[in-house]
Design a protein around this ligand. Structure first.
Ligand code: OGA
Ligand code: NI
Length: 360
């Protein structure tokens, strides 16, 4: 039976937190030493936080992108294709993006989150980034999820930097990062396409780089990191995700039933397969579950992800016809990207990924 008084108190606590518009960082700045109970995750999640292996059995593949447009292309396509099929995650080095740009991107996200609470409040909580395409929030699924997570985030619709819809403190760096994302994203979509035997430009023609959303995450110090998480286990929605992280660590990827730590590799760009790419590849590539542990370090963990998705929202997506045969029937039905994203926005983040909704 539901305890209505408890439910009522929980809802009041959620509202107070939400209406403070100060996020998790606000709680830490106020000096709390124990976390509010709505951040405490169910015992199944907490028992799964403990490492099952002390020495990692595997680590996320590192792919050297140098020579991708000449002699090494075949070898790179092979390695990327194997990584996308097996791990669904890989790290890219020698991608041609300068360390200064990577540094500026992370610093800009950090700088926004470290603005005074009053300066951030006006951007707080616009669903989906609102009309302006920029928002700051903590736990977008606060009222829907079973438990909240120890992080704050900004969400930015990329492209179109002419207006001042993005706060000045991060506008220049975000625009610069978007330029790099477009350049690297094009290369990556070609390489993963080749790894499926598709003709060149197949994903580009489907406008697969057209819609880009950046999420700039801030994971402050957590006084009780064994009671909550930084981001609950989930799979990403789009085609590919490009991720940068600072040196703190805490990202984990599920592989063969165990959680692998993704140790920060300076200068690397992490890439992972999203649900839409798994669906379009008819399960050749894997969109894998990942999560971030609550940060036990005094220094914040900062990361930024960009989700690459198609901009043609009313077109039909599903397993690509080239990949379907008598032996390989389609595993998913067709759907519009609008329908797909609607499902994403209404599901709880710690529910399993989107794939299952479209499975035949
Ligand atoms: C995400 C995500 C990981 C991170 O935003 O989808 O998985 O390192 N983030 O912040
Ligand atoms: Ni993710």
């Amino acid at each position: 039976m539901h305890n209505t008084i408890e439910d009522h108190n929980r809802l009041e606590a959620l509202k107070r937190f939400d209406e403070s518009k100060a996020g998790v960082k606000g709680l830490v700045d106020a000096g709390i030493t124990s976390i509010p109970s709505f951040f405490v995750h169910p015992s199944e999640t907490l028992s799964d936080l403990k490492p099952t292996h002390h020495t990692p059995v595997q680590s996320i593949p590192v792919i050297d992108l140098s020579g991708f447009d000449s002699d090494r292309r075949g070898a790179i396509v092979d390695q990327m294709s194997r990584s996308a099929r097996d791990f669904g995650f890989f790290q890219i080095i020698n991608h041609g993006i300068s360390p200064e740009i990577l540094e500026r991107t992370i610093s800009a996200v950090k700088a926004f989150h470290e603005l005074p609470a009053e300066a951030k409040a006006e951007f707080y909580g616009r669903p989906g980034g609102g009309e302006a395409g920029f928002s700051y929030s903590s736990n977008i699924d606060l009222y829907r999820s079973k438990a909240a997570s120890w992080r704050d985030a900004i969400s930015v619709r990329l492209g179109d930097f002419t207006e001042d819809r993005i706060p000045e403190i991060c506008r220049g760096a975000v625009a610069e990062w978007d330029g790099e994302v477009v350049r690297l994203g094009e290369v990556l979509l070609e390489l993963v396409g080749e790894g499926l035997g598709l003709c060149a430009g197949r994903f580009g023609d489907l406008s697969c780089l057209g819609a880009r959303v950046m999420v700039g995450q801030y994971y402050p110090y957590c006084p009780q990191p064994d009671l909550t998480v930084g981001i609950a286990s989930h799979a990403d929605p789009g085609l590919l995700t490009l991720l940068l992280q600072n040196h703190i660590g805490g990202l984990q990827v599920k592989y063969g039933g165990v959680w692998l730590d993704v140790k920060p590799l300076p200068g690397a760009v992490l890439v992972n397969v999203g649900d839409l790419l798994q669906i379009m590849s008819n399960d050749e590539y894997k969109s894998v579950d990942h999560r971030v542990l609550a940060n036990m370090n005094r220094e914040p963990r900062v990361s930024t992800v960009v989700f690459l998705s198609p901009s043609k929202k009313e077109e039909l997506y599903g397993p690509l016809p080239e990949l379907i045969s008598k032996d390989k029937p389609p595993l998913y039905r067709q759907f519009t990207f609008s329908e797909f994203i609607q499902k994403f926005l209404t599901k709880e983040l710690d529910e399993k990924s989107l794939k299952k909704f479209f499975r035949i």
